[in-house]
Design a protein around this ligand. Structure first.
Ligand SMILES: Cc1ncc(COP(=O)(O)O)c(C=O)c1O
Length: 439
């Protein structure tokens, strides 16, 4: 069996026993190309081993969890130490206290930290607590906040409500219809839009849950107006920093402004790929927690906080933020120059350390499927986002640029007339939830 045949057969094997072939939508091959590698067997730095071959990772790198690079020595050593001490037992882990203190030292506006093991459950808990503390139900959101009922219910009143943050036409069967009207998604984050939503609401708002920056840095003046409005109306302001935290500065992105929330959520970047997420809040925010049951065995295991402490300490010492900005900017500059040279259109988001991009204009799905497929033969993983790590060097970007150049020549030729479909096995990547390739 060739490695491509082995790869396809692994996907099919997955699909037979795991619904949708993976437990994370973002790891489906349908989002990339038909030969996208199915499984990894090892990782190191920015490299991933799959089907006995090492690939250079130029994507979000572990879905945005790996700022230090895969298998960072310090984190691995700390985890081994903690595993030997014990990952879980009858009592609470001592390192939870140190972890809470560390996170609170970074978020001096907060007074308590509560831990979870994934981003989505932390968001669900944050909203439950906000509802319990405020005695109100309705919540406004801007951004992606996971898969739970509370959030997906935004699509019950308006099918397209979450298109911008999640997927077009997100299916929501199984989400109780009774939740309709409990969540409203704000499409563009402006104080005016929020004011309109508050004033038009038939009930008081419990909380506003925001991703303050993903495609762009936060607009501090708007954020200040939003903060003032929330204070006046007694609306709890929650910043979801699960993707934005520790990408542009040491802490939440909001810490590059003067605006403080009532609660903030961290995940992904704080624990280098070990399941862990945290909710930081003020005493007032947490005031309702005794009135709502919330408890889980694995919220108390010790590897998550150990990974978090080790990651925060390494990040504090290394301060990788300027470096990630520089590598992301270099990536954007080199790829966009190359696209210009071949008259292929390209678009990039603004924050270099959480870049998303599109190549090929109206044909971007086809063009990017082709490029991704070709990059695999160069042992490079490339999708439509690049989140630089500390281990990416300019030389890696140069290698990518050299590999992409012949593809852009092909793309420029097709755009003058031609049919590239046969080159990608007739399958174009799709962001539709229901698309699953059966071969
Ligand atoms: C901003 C934000 N919130 C919440 C989540 C959900 O986190 P998880 O996938 O760990 O449940 C994500 C994940 O991508 C995210 O980026």
């Amino acid at each position: 069996m060739t490695s491509i045949e082995m790869n396809r057969s692994n996907w099919l094997r997955r699909n037979r026993v795991i619904p949708g072939s993976t437990n994370l939508f973002g790891k489906r091959r349908e989002l990339h190309c038909v030969d996208w590698p199915s499984n990894f067997t090892a990782t190191r730095g920015i490299y991933i081993k799959s089907n006995r071959k090492w690939y250079m990772d130029m994507t979000m790198c572990g879905v945005g969890c790996s700022i230090l690079g895969y298998n960072h020595k310090e984190i691995v050593q700390e985890l081994k130490r903690q595993l030997e001490r014990g990952s879980h037992c009858t009592l609470n882990s001592d390192i939870e206290i140190a972890c809470a203190e560390e996170l609170l030292a970074l978020n001096t506006w907060g007074s308590k930290a509560k831990f979870f093991r994934s981003g989505g459950e932390a968001c669900a808990a944050a909203v439950r607590i906000a509802r319990a503390s405020s005695g109100r139900t309705k919540v406004l959101v801007h951004g992606y906040h996971g898969w739970h009922d509370w959030y997906l219910s935004a699509a019950l009143s308006d099918e397209a409500a979450l298109d911008k943050f999640l997927l077009p036409n997100i299916p929501v069967d199984g989400v109780p219809k009774e939740l309709k009207g409990t969540i409203e998604a704000i499409q563009d984050l402006t104080a005016d839009n929020i004011s309109i939503a508050i004033n038009n609401s038939d009930q008081d708002i419990a909380a506003l849950v925001l991703e303050i920056g993903r495609n762009d840095m936060p607009n501090e003046a708007e954020l200040k107006k939003i903060r003032d409005m929330c204070t006046q109306r007694k609306i709890l302001l929650i910043f979801d920093e699960i993707t934005s935290g520790f990408r542009t500065n040491h802490g939440g992105m909001h810490q590059s402004t003067d605006i403080v929330p009532d609660a903030a959520l961290y995940g992904k970047t704080i624990s280098s790929g070990i399941p862990f997420s945290a909710l930081i809040g003020t005493d007032e925010y947490f005031s309702g927690i005794r009135r709502t049951f919330m408890s889980s065995v694995y919220w108390t295991e010790s590897l998550g906080p150990a990974a978090c402490i080790a990651t925060l300490r390494a990040l504090k010492r290394i301060q990788p933020y300027e470096y990630m900005r520089e590598i992301g900017s270099y990536f954007r500059e080199r790829i966009s120059e190359l696209c210009q040279e071949y008259l292929v259109s390209s678009e990039f988001s603004r924050i270099p350390s959480i870049l998303s991009f599109s190549i090929g204009g109206e044909d971007s799905s086809l063009v990017q499927t082709y490029i991704t497929e070709k990059m695999l033969s160069e042992r490079i993983l490339l999708a439509s986002r690049f989140y630089p790590t500390m281990q990416h060097k300019r030389g890696h970007v140069d290698r990518l640029v050299r590999a992409i150049e012949p593809c852009l020549k092909d793309v420029a030729a097709w755009q003058r007339g031609g049919n590239p479909l046969n080159l990608i096995g007739g399958k174009i990547r799709s962001t539709t939830y229901n698309t699953l390739w059966e071969s």
